[in-house]
Design a protein around this ligand. Structure first.
Ligand code: HSE
Length: 291
């Protein structure tokens, strides 16, 4: 048997829609795989009642098929499904690394990124890699059609997860089809600032670089209390706030000593609009680990 832990991730970071991602040091999924004649799936843990065990409908079934690696796969969910924290990517990445090891396929983590992304296609209809790349490689990742580059950044974060369900498919439907040249220039500037901030491990630059005028405002409409929570986090000292992935989680970047205050302010702001939430005080972390 092979066991792999793969972390939650946060994609987009505002200005890097479908490109940027970070691994979070918590929460995480744990996946156990054992050789079998055909793939069967068992799911336990947070939100497991919502996850199909049919290999044709579960992300890890697609990964097992892509690696031609039938197995009994047990997923212990630590990342809530439809959270905006890369729940399906954590399972896909863990399964890809575990099955690669179980069957001695010899693929590198970089080579496993498109295979794990096949799992993403099962849930969102598109095989984007901005969650599976950091889940496998760790750090801050830039996933483009040229491949993935990664920076071992160390940035404190707060991820606040409300009890709201936003499906990735719905969140993709509201993305504007076009953007003006002014918004394009703004986005490029902010994305570049964010990348420099990651290289310098500077939360202020990362926070400034999260600002996005195109995708985030459309998606914020799907999250009850987004404006209130964002304002509260900034007032409590956050350097930047944005929607995490497709939402509904909201991600704040701040100094390490500000995380407790920022997390409390975000939870209180959700409470003020009658939404229950939980907050993870976290940071940019490492990729999937084989036990
Ligand atoms: N980049 C993707 C999106 C990540 O925002 O739709 C969601 O899984």
């Amino acid at each position: 048997m092979v066991t792999v832990r793969a972390p939650a991730t946060s994609a987009n970071l505002g200005s890097g829609f479908d490109v940027f991602g970070v691994a979070l040091d918590r929460p995480a999924d744990v996946v156990h795989v054992e050789r079998a004649d055909r793939t069967t799936i068992e799911v336990t843990g947070v939100g497991s009642q919502y996850i199909p065990t049919d290999p044709n409908r579960n992300v890890v079934g697609a990964v097992a098929e892509a690696l031609d690696a039938p197995a009994h796969i047990r997923i212990d969910k630590g990342v809530r499904p439809s959270s905006g924290l890369g729940s399906s990517a954590a399972s896909s990445a863990a399964a890809a690394l575990a099955l690669n090891e179980l069957y001695d396929r010899g693929l590198s983590r970089e080579e496993l990124v498109p295979i794990a992304a096949e799992g993403e296609a099962v849930v969102s209809g598109e095989a984007h890699a901005d969650n599976v790349a950091p889940a496998l490689l760790g750090g801050f990742t830039v996933a483009t059609d040229e491949g993935v580059t990664t920076i071992d950044a160390d940035i404190p974060l707060v991820a606040c997860l409300p009890e709201i369900v936003v499906s990735t498919r719905d969140a993709r439907r509201v993305v504007p089809k076009q953007a003006s040249i002014d918004d394009l220039v703004h986005t490029v500037g902010r994305a570049a600032t964010l990348s420099v901030g990651m290289c310098r491990r500077d939360p202020r630059l990362v926070g400034a670089g999260m600002d996005d005028r195109v995708v985030t405002p459309a998606r914020a409409e799907l999250i009850t209390g987004y404006d209130e929570v964002r304002s509260a986090a900034l007032a409590a000292g956050a350097d930047g706030v944005t929607v995490s992935g497709a939402g509904p989680s909201i991600l704040a970047v701040c100094g390490a000593n500000d995380r407790t205050r920022v997390a409390a302010a975000m939870l209180e702001a959700f409470d003020d609009v009658d939404v229950s939430a939980q907050a993870y005080k976290t940071r940019v972390g490492s990729g999937a680990e084989i036990f």
